[in-house]
Ligand binder design. Sequence first.
Ligand code: ATP
Length: 225
Amino acid sequence: MLAIELQDIVFHYPSSPPEHALCIPQWQVPPGQRLFLHGRSGSGKTTLLRLLTGMMSPQQGQIRLLGENIQSLSPPQRDTFRAQHIGQISQQFYLLPYLSVADNIRLAAVLAKKSSAFLDDRIYQLLEQLDMPPALFHQPAGRLSQGQQQRVAIARALINRPALLFADEPTSALDEASTAAFIRLLLQNLATDTTLIMISHDHRQASWFDQSVALQDLTSVSKGL
Ligand SMILES: Nc1ncnc2c1ncn2[C@@H]1O[C@H](COP(=O)(O)OP(=O)(O)OP(=O)(O)O)[C@@H](O)[C@H]1O
C-alpha cells in the first residue's frame, strides 16, 4: 500500500482565477520514504501540504493517504484520520504555553484517542531520547528555550507513531548547527515505516533524505498558483 497517492489534482484558491492552479497529474510516495520537497517561494509547497492533511480539498482529482480517499471522509472523520495518522511540525511550534511539556504531548495522544496506561512512560522515553532534561518535563512549555520547545514539538509529532509526518520549514529560524541537530534528532526518532515529507529552501539539507523532489517536477505545465 502506498503512503501517498495523488491523481489528476487541480487546486486553486477561491480568491484566485482558476487558470492559476496547482496541477499534479500523478504522484506516489511509498511507505517509509524520507522525502525532501523544495521549490521556489510561492510555488505551492505549503498548499500541497494543506491538501495532504485534508485541511483543504482540490477542485479535481483524488488524494489517497494510506489507501484512504481522504475526500470521501466527513469533516469529523478527516479530523480523526489526521490526529491518528499524521504528525506535523511547522516553523511555529504551537505549544500551549501554560500546559506542561508532558501535557502538551499527552494532549496529542488524547486527541488521537491513543491514550493508554503506558502513555506517560512513552512520553518520558521520547523526551529522554530527545535529550530533554527530566527537570523540565513538568515545567510549563512557555518557559522553555526555543530549542527546547522545538524538541517538545518533535515529541508531540511522534507520540502517536504517525504513518505520515509533514514538516513545513521547521528549520528556517535555526542556524546551521541547530539545523543539523534538528534533522538528526528527527530522523533518529522516526519509526522505520513513517513517511516523512520535509519542506525547506535550503538545498544543503537534501543529502539527509532518501529523495529530493522539486515541486515544479510534480506539476504539469500551468500558470501555477
Ligand atoms: N489562503 C490563501 N488564499 C489565497 N492565496 C493563497 C493562500 N495561501 C497561499 N496563497 C497563494 O498560493 C501561492 C502558493 O503559496 P504557498 O504558501 O503554498 O507557497 P510556498 O511554495 O509554500 O511558498 P514559500 O516557500 O514562500 O513558503 C502563493 O502565490 C500564495 O500567495
